[in-house]
Structure formats: C-alpha cells, structure tokens
Design a binder for this molecule. Sequence first.
Ligand SMILES: C=C(O[C@@H]1C=C(C(=O)O)C=C[C@H]1O)C(=O)O
Ligand SMILES: [Mg+2]
Length: 470
Amino acid sequence: MVITKDAYCLDGLRFAIKKAKDQQTTVLFSYVQKIDNHDPIAFYHAGRENYKGQCFFWQDPKKEIILAGTGQVTPLSSTGSYDRYIHVEKNWDKLLRQAVSSGESGVIGTGPLLFGGFSFDPEEEKKTLWNDFEDETFAIPCYMLSLIEGQSYLTINRICSPDDNEWHLYKQVENEVEELTDQRKFSVSPSINPLIKQEEIHADAWKTTVASAITNMKHSSLDKVVLARELRLTFENDISPENVLLQLMKEQPDSYIFSLESGDSVFIGATPEKLIKKRKEQVFSDCLAGSIGRGEEEEDRRLGEELLQDRKNLLEHQYVVSMIKDAFDSLCSSVKIPDDGPVLMKNRHIQHLYTPISGVCEEETPVLEFVRRLHPTPAMGGMPKDMAVTKIREWETLERGMYAGPLGWMDAYGNSEFAVGIRSALLKGREASLFAGGGVLEDSTPEKEYKETAIKFNPMLSALGGTMNE
Ligand SMILES: C=C(O[C@@H]1C=C(C(=O)O)C=C[C@H]1O)C(=O)O
Ligand SMILES: [Mg+2]
C-alpha cells in the first residue's frame, strides 16, 4: 500500500487515479479523516437509507474498536470449491498491494478494512434460510466510522479506474458524506413492535438427537459434539437492526456486538467469545465452554461454584483449551495460559468457564491461518474436529449458516479480530431465527442441554422483545 502525505481527499484521489492510469489497473483508494464525535448507530442508520443490505456494525467487549460500515466498494467474490481462507487472504492482499491511502493513515481499525464472516460449514446442505449469505461474505465498506480510543474517524474507500475523474468522484463522495453524517436525521426511538409468534423448532426431536449423540459417544471415538437448535419469532412489523443493536449495547456491554447485512438479511448478535485477535505479532483467543445460569447474589455465587467444580463442564472446557493451545503452539513461538484452571465469565443471562490464551507469532502470519486452524473449536463443533463437523451435518436439522462461524475484520496495518457468531439471530423482515447450541458429552443429559440452550437464547430474546426463558 502506498501512503501519501496528502491531507486532502481530492489530492489523494488524483494520486490514486494517476496510479491507475500509469499501471492500467484498478486501485483501492482510502482516505481517513478525524471527525467530531459521532454516534455509530446514527451513522449505521443513515447508511441504511442508501445501502440497505450492505452495512455492518462491530463493538468489542472493551470498546477499544467500534466500527460502523456502509456500502461496498467491492465484495469478495466466491469461487466454489477451494480453500476459502486462502481465497479471502489472497484477494485482500492483492487489493492492498495496489492500494493508496491518504489523510490520517496508520490508525488501527481505519482505512482499508475488510469486514465479514465465514459460514460454520461450507459443506452444509443449503436450503433457503441463509440464501442471502455466501460461505464467505466479506466486503470493504464505501464509508466507515471508527471509534478508536474515544476519537471518531471517517474512512472513505473507492475503487479508482484509469478513466475516472477526480472532481466527479470527489463531489459524489462529498455529498454522500454529508448525508451520512447528518445527525439531525437520526431518530431511532425504540418503536413498539408486537411479537406475534414465538416458536421452538422441533424441540422434542432435538432432545432425541442429543440422546442418540450420547449413546453414539459411548460406542465411538467422538468425545464432544455441539448440537444447536432454533427459535423462530415473528413480529408485527419489520425488525429494526438499529434498535436491536442499541438494546444489545445496553444489555450485553461485555460482549462483542455485531451485525452483518447481506441482501434482505441481517445476521446480528452479542457474542462473548473471541476466536482470534491479532495485533501485529501478538495473538489472543478465548477458551469458553461450560455453562450455568445466573441468580440473585448468594444463588449466583453458589451456581458459579457449582460450575467450577462440575466434572462434565470442566471436561467440556478442557477439550477447548487443549485444541486452542495446540493450534497456537503450531503457529507461535510462545504461548501463555494461566495454570490455575478456568475462571468464571459472567454475562447478564449466563455464566461460563473461561480461560484466556495468548501467544506471540511472526507478524506476517496471516490471521486467517489462525482462523483455519481454530475453526471450529470444540466450543462450536466438537472433538475430534472433523468427526464432530460430519456428525453435526448428519444430525442437526437446523441450517447453521453463519451461526457459530468466524466473524470480524482485518485492517491494512496487521490488526484483526474475529469472534464466533453465537448468541445471534438472523433477521429477515418481520422474522427472526435465533440459534443456540451446547456441548454434548457422554455424561450429558438431554434435559440439561435443553435448558442450557434455552438460557442461551435469552440475550437475543431480550434484545428483540420476545418472551424470555427462565
Ligand atoms: C454454542 C454456543 O455456545 C458455546 C457453548 C457453550 C457450552 O456448551 O457450555 C458455552 C459457550 C459457547 O462456547 C451458543 O451459545 O450457541
Ligand atoms: Mg455446555
């Protein structure tokens, strides 16, 4: 990527178009500008007026990086059977090699940035629920608001061709930016949207599947399999993703809050689970598995203690720790895991066993190499990995699509972060499909797993305004 010293967007555009002319190619142009504090949901809302189906939102648990993107300069096309991680990485590298960046360059989470997600299993049989999404749905936004350490940045991205005219492009961008940043237009008031129907999809059949998975595990080398189910909600009016995001930000402040739009669908959620965070040579992941509900003070403490002592949950957790550790060991020169066992991660509706893991790798190691080796961890798939994925394909009746898949972003400066798309829902007009799964082991009971998944629906149920599970 060429970083120009141009302070003005127009000068940068001129440079990018000249480069496109000289090399007879297309050039990704990116301009970054500090702007006065701006509400990311207002930006997202404004973006949906012209770019519905092409917006995204991201907020990490520490609120280090908040992103709202709108429009797509170029979606990364899908090519069928190939290694999808290499495909995305190569296309991204190719675009960056030709890129020109000007304005405030070099700030994490600004400038050219690829945002999107991978489906859980590209070999899953495709029905209709997820037909708006590809197995890798990634794009570079036309406009992006980044909130980094309290400072707002506006990124403008464009693909420049040899015969583009800088004035023409500049005027177009200027008008669009004005519309997008006009906060007066913003009035997302939590509208009343009555719930018409709330339906658990094949709950009894799911329990039977869990029971036969338990039997299967007793006679095979399968140690763990995560089985998920669906809850479907219908509302009177179309669901507003802005309202859902606002609600999630209020209710799940310690989770990643995300939305990824494609066509008429919005994949949205508040996931507590990091898959991989990379800051140059530093990498981080979360081992999160083993769950119990929340209660009032004393009850809550008792539940937490119970979880920390529970053999089944500790084993369920341990599978995740050892697999993530192996993946880190294969790519890192040093790996750190606390040696005093898991601690509790408490969110509004649920508590989990949690072990953080960190490592140091080569700065050049592609983040998607980590994603490839990690996904799906035994927290989303099972153990052994390939066997579990095959069994999920065979046994589950829901369509996972992007649920439990890696979702996140990569910037041009060696920073990236992917979470796993759980505690999530697919919104389509008036309908929401919620997903929740649980780690099934030999000594699971279908009833307990059923209750655990019921609790895992609550973050999305609460944000959408459905009837909560106890
Ligand atoms: C699969 C989900 O959650 C995962 C499964 C967990 C478990 O079974 O204990 C805990 C956290 C997550 O890693 C989900 O929320 O859908
Ligand atoms: Mg569990």
